[in-house]
Design a protein around this ligand. Structure first.
Ligand code: NDP
Length: 504
């Protein structure tokens, strides 16, 4: 049970607090199964009206929503800062990304999903064939706390643009942000207010959403909870989208721009206190650049000042319990034979309160938890490899596969390494860039999940493909009839033999 869980005296509400100060941010209802079902029932009615609006009208309303978010960006960023702990400017960056995705989803839904004709093929040449992507109905979105605007919006924006209504269960650590996003929708789109609703509560509220008869669950969170969500959804064959954790790697090749790679690695590892699913947690640097890279990273990290005041590089851990995981990984790394270029047990650099000082860990054995498990903290491991191919092999030797980064001077080499990285997304000569390209799909492989948000794939994720054929004129011989002549099948076999039989 988390720090925010209700005490015995307050059975049906829970508190959200500022992770830096412990101050109260808000008190929210713990919505039970009946409340969640009621929200889904309202959403079901709204879904019909929302779908009936069509692409053009929905696009206008999605634009009104993003306009609302853009005009109140500072208010929302302040709330994100207070509830999640990240610096205000990083909250602004997160909201900006979410607005950009809303714009893209609204603008591209029609051309991606609308009714189109496809070639009917040889056997149905007398038919017209149509394909369209229809909304599913009501989508349940279960989100995490680390990017409480950007991450759920990756599902919400695309599900809405595709014509679905959404019931959103924010994390118990960021309910105020979730409730704010739903209220903003209701203010910006007053003629379809129930197309986006938030339900608040703890894990059980999320579990209730899985059982509430929604048409899909878009889950973002950890793999263990993802398994529970899948098990619950299996009961009703409710489809799921799984956006799970990662252990993303960066490869730094011989000819890489070392200073640029170090700058990107430090941001990728330390921003948001390392609580980033696509954060860089491991670096494999070739022998040719290793010393210079470690020097550069250490110098940059030494200048980072975490905290909650102005100028803080990153904030406190959002969940107090995460500090124990980070400490265990750091301790294990050193016990297993790694060394700390920065951080670790050096006095004055260890965690104080929920704020964790950054750690740069060198040559930690691959078997160590700091290399194998998601740390989700401001730490980075840097390992020397003979060449980029060894780096790639090590990067891929993980059960996760969310994203990653390659730094290489040669364009073709960078692209080749990126394409062979076993992950859903890879940035060459930068970090995390794919997340800010709305046209690109986002999602993992292996323990990092399946399904895609963002881009055309993200729109299609919240639809079902519908196929229709229409006979334009009858053929003299109808092959799918008990009245077809005995000569029809042999004649067909001859035609197929001529068309396909020549291929060897
Ligand atoms: P959790 O798995 O703990 O929780 C995720 C969400 O699931 C929360 O809203 C949680 O509610 C809810 N939940 C908990 N129990 C259940 C249940 N039985 N049924 C349904 N829902 C439930 O993850 P975190 O919030 O700690 O998020 C961090 C994880 O998310 C990391 O592993 C990170 O890598 C991953 N992540 C993945 C991203 C991606 O796009 N691939 C993006 C961002 C994060 P409550 O909080 O109220 O318990």
């Amino acid at each position: 049970m988390s720090a925010n869980a209700p005490g015995a005296a307050e059975q049906d509400t829970f508190r959200s607090t500022d992770p830096a100060s412990g101050e109260l941010v808000g008190v929210f209802p713990v919505q039970d199964a009946a409340a969640v079902e009621a929200a889904v029932a309202r959403a079901r009615v709204a879904a019909e009206a929302w779908a009936a609006l069509g692409f053009g009208e929905r696009r206008l309303r999605l634009a009104a929503y993003r306009g609302y978010l853009a005009r109140r960006m500072n208010e929302l960023a302040d709330l994100v800062h207070r509830e999640n702990g990240k610096p205000h400017d990083d909250a602004v960056l997160e909201i900006t990304l979410a607005i950009d995705h809303l714009a893209w989803a609204g603008a591209h839904a029609a051309r991606t999903l609308r009714l189109r004709r496809v070639a009917p093929g040889l056997l149905a040449a007398n038919h017209a064939a149509y394909l369209e992507y229809q909304p599913l109905g009501v989508v349940g979105v279960i989100g995490p706390w680390n990017y409480p605007v950007f991450t759920p919006m990756g599902s919400i924006a695309y599900a809405l643009a595709a014509g679905n209504a959404v019931v959103f269960k924010p994390s118990e650590h960021t309910p105020a942000v979730g409730a704010w996003l739903a209220r903003a929708w209701q203010a910006a789109v007053p003629d379809c207010p129930d197309a986006l609703q938030a339900v608040t509560g703890l894990g059980e509220t999320g579990a209730a959403l899985c059982r509430a008869g929604v048409d899909k669950v878009a889950f973002t969170g950890s793999a263990p909870t993802g398994r529970r969500v899948m098990a619950a959804c299996a009961q009703t064959l409710t489809p799921v989208l799984m956006e799970l954790g990662g252990k993303d790697a960066m490869i730094v090749d011989d000819d890489a721009d070392v200073a640029a790679a170090a700058n990107a690695a430090v941001w990728g590892a330390m921003s948001n206190a390392g609580q980033t699913c696509i954060g860089i947690e491991r670096v494999y640097a070739t022998s040719a650049v290793y010393d210079a890279f470690v020097r550069e990273v250490t110098e940059q990290v030494a200048g980072l000042r975490p905290g909650s005041g102005p100028g803080a590089a990153y904030g406190p851990m959002t969940m107090a319990s995460q500090t124990d995981v980070v400490r265990r990984h750091t301790d294990d790394a050193l016990a297993d034979g790694g060394t700390a270029a920065l951080g670790g047990p050096v006095p004055g650099t260890q965690a104080h309160g929920n704020v964790i000082a950054p750690a740069v860990l060198l040559d930690v054995p691959e078997s160590s938890a700091a290399v194998r498990e998601e740390t989700f903290g401001p730490t980075i491991t840097i390992t020397r490899v003979a060449d980029a191919e060894e780096g790639l092999a090590r990067a891929n030797a993980t059960s996760y596969g969310l994203a990653g980064s390659v730094f290489a001077g040669s364009r073709s080499r960078g692209l080749s390494l990126a394409r062979r990285m076993r992950s859903g997304m890879t940035s060459v000569n930068s970090v995390l860039t794919f997340a800010s390209v709305p046209a690109l799909p986002f999602g993992g492989v292996g323990e990092s999940g399946f399904g895609r948000i963002h881009g055309a794939d993200g729109l299609k994720e919240f639809t079902r493909a519908k196929a229709v054929t229409r006979q334009r004129f009858p053929l003299p011989v109808d092959l799918m009839s008990f009245r077809r002549p005995a000569s029809a099948a042999p004649a067909l076999a001859r035609v197929i033999g001529v068309v396909h039989g020549r291929h060897r």
